[in-house]
Ligand binder design. Sequence first.
Ligand SMILES: [Cu+2]
Length: 173
Amino acid sequence: MLQELTYMRAAIAITVLLLVLQGNLGLEPEQETETYVVTVDSTNLRFNPSTVTLNEGDTLRFVWGGQALPHNSVEENGVFDSGDPERDLDFGHVFDYDSAGTYNFFCEPHESVGMLGSVTVLDVEAPMDDQPSNSTNTSSSQSMETAMNWEPVYAVGLIVLFSAATWRARIYD
Ligand SMILES: [Cu+2]
């Protein structure tokens, strides 16, 4: 009976430890990417906003609905192209990790009246998954980090187990 209780206590402590470790593993460094939305303003002849600055990995989305006039968005060098002009559109383009630079886009039917825009893509470090070239380097530094994160968690777990065991021993022996 006494042994059963001790085992139960240890089992609970181990379960808690595993839950904590699992939470810890979920915190892998991962870069956040964002979506920037461009729509059409109330004049019906302008992008809003007409200039956007974002990071590599981010998404530029052109979204509008129920427009009086059909619009599209075409990058001048064909980097992206939403297709035929539409009154309702939801078109996105993801800028990958070697796309830093400035891109000019326009609405084909209204280019002549100034329906133009530009997006500046800033150079950022690709997430670790996207860098196979120096994978040896990153994986070793990553496992170092993981090991360092785990150490205190193990220490706390061991202290919990040890004090649970001694507490039991003191009361029942
Ligand atoms: Cu237009």
